[in-house]
Ligand binder design. Structure first.
Ligand code: TXA
Ligand code: MG
Length: 349
C-alpha cells in the first residue's frame, strides 16, 4: 500500500492536506495524525471494516479496545448516559489528555470497543487533530500510531518509521507536547477510577472528586489475581529492543549503582545507554548518555521519554539503564510507562 505523507506548516494554507486525509477517513481508510499526547492512527470509529484496518496495520490484539476521538463536547450520540461527574470532567479537561470511559450506544461497533459495553472517548487538544475530526464528520477511533508493543511516537518521523506502507496517509506538523498517552478514567463506576495514569494527574482529578483513585493493578506487575481493568495495560508495552532496567532510590546511590552496572556490562562487550536528567548528565563518562530533561520538570521528562527509548534503539545498544522518578504528578505516568517498558525490571537501591 502506498502511504502519502504530508507535513502541515500552516494550518490555513495547508488545509487541503487535512481535507484529503478527512476524505480518506470518510472512505474507510487509515490516517496517522498528531495529538498533544502521542500520534494516533485513525479510522472511522463507526465502521467495522475501517477500524479493522487499524488492528491489522499495528498488529494489535483484537481484545484491546480503541479510544474514540471527537471534536465536540457533546457526545450524546455515542454514549447511553453522561453522568454529572463525567460532564464535570469534560467541562474542565476537554480538549485535553483525558479519556473518559462510559457505556456505549449500539452505533459504536464491537470491533471498536473490542466487544465491551463501554467505550473510551476523548477530545484531543491539537489543532490538526480537531480539524481532521471535524472535516471527516465522523468520530475517529485511534490508538497510538506505533507498531503494537513499541514506544508510542511523539514525532512524525517515528510514525513513518513504523507505518509507512501500512496506512493510507500520515499527517505531521506538531510534536506531541505531553509525550505520554492520555489519562483514562472509568466513569461507569462510582467513584470514578483511573485505569491509566497520564497528563491529567490524580491530584488534578481529586480536585473534582476526592474519592477518585488509581486501579490497584497498576501498582505492581500484572498477575492472574490482579488484572488491570484497561485491557491494554496487561501487555508488555512501550518496549525498546534493548533490555531496559530501572534503578530507583536516592540520587547519589542511584548514580553509584548505575556506574557499577555500566562497568560490568561494558566489560562484557555490551553497548549501554543511560537515561538520566540534565543535573546528572556529566556524572557519567562512559556509555551513551541521554538526558530526558531537568529533574525539576517532570513534564519535560514525560515529553522526551518515548523518543529517548527509540533513540536507544537507533544506537543499537543492548542495555538501557534509567534512573527512577518520583511518583508524584505526571511522575506516576512516567514510572508506569517505564515499568512496563522494562518488563518490571526495577532495582531498588
Ligand atoms: O493519548 C492517547 O490516549 C492516545 C492518543 C492517540 O489519543 N491513544 C492511545 O490509544 O493511547 P491506545 O490504543 O494506545 O491505548 C488505549 C488504551 C488501551 O490500554 C485500552 O485497553 C484502553 O485504552 N481502553 C480503551 N477502551 C477501553 C474501555 N472501554 N475500557 C477500558 N479500557 C479501555
Ligand atoms: Mg498504545
Amino acid at each position: 500500500m502506498e502511504t502519502k505523507v504530508a507535513i502541515i506548516k500552516d494550518i490555513k494554507k495547508d488545509i487541503k492536506f487535512i481535507e484529503e486525509a478527512a476524505e480518506i477517513i470518510r472512505n474507510g481508510g487509515t490516517v496517522a495524525f498528531p495529538t498533544e499526547t502521542v500520534y494516533g492512527l485513525g479510522a472511522n470509529a463507526l465502521n467495522e471494516e475501517s477500524v479493522k484496518k487499524i488492528f491489522i496495520a499495528k498488529g494489535r490484539p483484537q481484545d484491546n479496545p480503541l479510544i474514540v476521538h471527537v471534536s465536540s463536547k457533546d457526545i450524546s450520540s455515542l454514549v447511553k448516559e453522561v453522568p454529572p461527574i463525567a460532564q464535570e470532567l469534560i467541562n474542565k479537561f476537554w480538549p485535553g489528555p483525558l479519556t473518559i470511559i462510559l457505556e456505549k450506544k449500539d452505533i459504536i461497533p464491537n470491533m471498536t470497543s473490542a466487544n465491551l459495553d463501554t467505550i473510551g472517548i476523548r477530545m484531543p487538544n491539537s489543532e490538526i487533530a480537531l480539524k481532521l475530526i471535524e472535516l471527516s464528520k465522523r468520530p475517529i477511533a485511534a490508538p497510538s500510531a506505533n507498531i503494537s508493543g513499541r514506544p508510542s511516537p511523539t514525532e512524525v518521523e517515528r510514525c513513518v518509521e513504523d507505518l509507512n506502507g501500512r496506512v493510507d496517509y500520515i499527517i505531521g506538523g506538531e510534536s506531541s507536547d505531553i509525550g505520554v498517552e492520555s489519562t483514562i478514567i472509568d466513569c461507569t463506576v462510582n467513584p470514578p477510577m483511573i485505569l491509566r495514569p497520564g497528563g491529567i494527574t490524580l491530584e488534578m482529578l481529586r480536585e473534582i472528586d476526592s474519592n477518585i483513585d488509581i486501579d490497584k493493578a497498576l501498582k505492581s506487575k500484572p498477575s492472574n489475581d490482579l488484572k488491570p481493568k484497561a485491557p491494554g495495560m496487561k501487555y508488555r508495552h512501550y518496549a525498546p529492543k534493548a533490555h531496559l532496567k530501572i534503578i530507583r532510590g536516592k540520587n547519589e546511590k542511584t548514580i553509584e549503582i548505575i556506574k557499577e552496572m555500566l562497568e560490568n556490562y561494558i566489560e562484557k562487550n555490551n553497548d549501554v545507554a543511560i537515561l538520566t536528567t540534565d543535573e546528572n548528565l556529566n556524572k557519567f563518562d562512559k556509555g551513551s548518555v541521554i538526558s530526558l530533561g531537568s529533574e525539576k520538570n517532570l513534564s519535560e521528562i514525560a515529553k522526551h521519554l518515548f523518543e529517548a527509548l527509540r533513540k536507544c534503539d537507533d544506537l543499537g545498544v543492548q542495555y538501557i539503564l534509567c534512573q527512577g522518578f518520583e511518583e508524584k504528578g505526571v511522575g506516576v505516568a512516567i514510572m508506569n510507562r517505564l515499568s512496563k517498558a522494562a518488563g518490571y525490571d526495577i532495582i531498588d537501591v
